[in-house]
Ligand binder design. Structure first.
Ligand SMILES: [Zn+2]
Length: 373
């Protein structure tokens, strides 16, 4: 998932640069193509983080992108990915959004301890943040791998929503690693909020909503592409094409890379709908995800999707963001041989239809949805 850590700097070779973007110098250790959509998302993520932090970028950042996290020797054994103090990133795709937050935030404070560095990275990696647990124990952790990442992300989001970005940046900039990490973190909270960490944690526990919608370009519903309505149906032939900046490749833990595109629909009325997809290719798939309709929600506000016959990520209702879904990739399948038609119960709201192809590029997949009479 999104684990990662910030380590003190030491010499570590980055992969040879194969792709350059506005903000990134990227090297890959795999043969499979990097799709235009991946590169666009990565640049958007860098811009987004800089904007949140009110930070002018120095960059460019070095990104060593591995197909398998197990091949990343630059990181310690407990980390699936990492970002060095100098901003150099070593990651696979699944942790990309998270590590890019570290890269940018390191320009603000390369010395930020986990409560700050990981809280910010999780908050901005795009996943929906669920109710945290055991948060109060986090303060004393120097072992990053045991930090409650999701809890920190949720706490950080609540903290900024409640007290504003300026106070948070004050704390972030002031916090530093030290031999007594618990008290140096606490000092930063006192400086910015006039409160102890324990007071803030108690407020968070009392006041925070159960869920926050993910933020930024990696949020699962963050797309402007919509499935057009033709008067009777939402219908379109969607081309999954690695050369297009709306197509994203997913790599790692797969026999073949998968290419994915997403389009949005807005369902106006509760009811039963027909969902179909067709393609001449044998390895295509589609998936529907419900979007959170508000910035935050309580458990009871979430849509009930128990009757769904297609895969959804709401099954777990916790961490989902772009390609960081719970249970991935089991949730995603199956790759159907070319055609599927199913009935789906929709409540009003925004949904994202994902279509994917494996081993063929480009691929045309026609998608239609209509209300059942
Ligand atoms: Zn991290």
């Amino acid at each position: 998932m999104s684990c990662g850590e910030v380590l003190p700097q030491y010499e570590e070779a980055s992969l040879e640069v194969t792709h350059e973007t506005d903000y990134l110098e990227i090297g890959t250790d795999f043969e499979n193509p990097v799709c235009a959509g991946n590169l666009k998302l990565m640049d958007e993520q860098v811009e987004f983080v800089a904007q949140v932090l009110e930070h002018e970028l120095n960059g460019p950042f070095s990104v060593s992108w591995y197909e398998w996290y197990t091949d990343i020797e630059a990181c310690s054994e407990s980390a699936m990915a990492c970002t060095k103090n100098n901003g150099n990133v070593y990651t696979n795709w699944d942790s990309m959004a998270h590590e890019l937050v570290h890269a940018v935030a390191n320009e603000v404070n390369p010395d930020a301890p986990p409560v700050f560095a990981e809280g910010l990275a999780v908050m901005l990696e795009g996943v929906t943040l669920g109710t945290p647990f055991a948060l109060s124990e986090v303060i004393a952790h120097e072992n990053v791998s045991s930090v409650d990442y999701e809890g920190l992300g949720h706490f950080t989001r609540w903290l900024i929503d409640t007290y504003g970005i300026d106070a948070y940046l004050t704390a972030y900039e002031a916090a530093e690693w030290s031999d007594d990490i618990a008290s140096s973190q606490n000092e930063a909270f006192r400086l910015a909020y006039g409160k102890e960490w324990s007071e803030l944690v108690a407020e968070h526990k009392r006041d925070a909503p159960d869920y926050f919608r993910g933020l930024g370009p990696f949020e699962i519903c963050a797309t402007d592409d919509v499935l057009p309505w033709n008067g009777e149906r939402w219908e379109h032939t969607i081309t999954v094409d690695c050369a297009s900046d709306s197509t994203i490749a997913r790599l790692g833990n797969l026999n073949q890379p998968e290419m994915w595109r997403r389009v949005a629909i807005e369902i106006p009325e509760t009811g039963r709908y027909r969902f179909e997809f067709n393609s001449e290719y044998s390895a295509v798939a589609a998936q529907i995800n419900a979007c959170m309709s508000s910035d935050s929600a309580m458990e009871g506000d979430l849509p009930l999707l128990d009757d769904w016959t297609v895969d959804t990520v709401w099954g777990e209702k916790r961490r989902f963001g772009l390609f960081q879904w719970v249970g991935w990739p089991a949730n995603l399948g199956p790759f159907m041989p070319g055609h599927a038609a199913i009935g789906v119960w929709f409540e009003p709201g925004k949904y994202i239809i994902w279509v994917g192809a494996k081993g063929v590029d480009p691929a045309d997949i026609s998608v239609s949805i209509w209300p059942e009479p």
